[in-house]
Design a protein around this ligand. Structure first.
Ligand code: SF4
Length: 201
């Protein structure tokens, strides 16, 4: 049963009724669900605007360039303008969600001895930004940044809020990105993994 669709109830049978003019207190999960709805709505709106904008530019550019409207030229030009608009909107604030339905079903995860490498790498991977998945949001274990939905919540120094001195405080529930990430070829982490030389900080 979807808890979010239920009205708020109390377990106390004789709890006093709230005055009719006072709004009932809302549980944090209601607020989180409402926020998520708004974020998804905003994302849909942003995508529609980008498509409309791309279509308009394509039409104008075709008319200007050809003096008429041949379909091939229109489609080709529209593709170019869509890519251009996507590039532009990527730089704007938006909502990010990682597209992995079930992190627990992921297989062939990288085999890296993190505990042994920690004194060298100092868990730099846990300073990188990444988005959570819908599954993460539903679990409500891993925290996200309310100012930048749905990126992992980070401290002022950039480290993940779940990083506890190099140890993951939510290991069993860690996001898909943390499971599949392979630091060995990432120049932000290692200058030379084989030689165990970390990248410059
Ligand atoms: S969730 Fe855990 S593994 Fe992932 S970045 Fe945070 S501390 Fe690191």
């Amino acid at each position: 049963m979807d808890r979010r669709s239920l009205p708020i109830v109390t377990d106390a049978p004789d709890a006093p009724e709230a005055p009719s003019e006072a709004p009932a207190a809302r549980a944090p999960e209601d607020l989180a669900a409402a926020l998520r709805f708004l974020h998804l709505l905003a994302t849909q709106q942003q995508a529609r605007t980008a498509e409309l904008s791309a279509s308009l530019y394509a039409l104008l550019e075709t008319l200007i360039a050809e003096g008429r409207l041949p379909l091939d030229a229109y489609e080709k030009r529209r593709e170019l303008t869509v890519a251009r608009e996507n590039e532009r909107t990527r730089a704007e604030p938006g909502v990010s969600v990682y597209d992995v339905p079930d992190k627990y079903a992921l297989t062939a995860l990288p085999d890296i001895d993190c505990a042994a490498l920690l004194p060298l790498c100092r868990a730099r991977c846990c300073h990188l930004p990444f988005p959570l998945s819908v599954q993460d949001l539903d679990e409500r274990v891993v925290r996200w940044d309310y100012g930048r939905p749905y990126m992992i919540a980070r401290r002022a120094d950039g480290s993940c809020v779940h990083n506890e001195g190099g140890r993951c405080g939510v290991y069993q529930h860690r996001p898909a990105v943390c499971r599949v990430y392979d630091c060995r070829k990432d120049g932000r982490i290692w200058q030379d993994f084989a030689a165990r030389i970390p990248a410059e900080p």
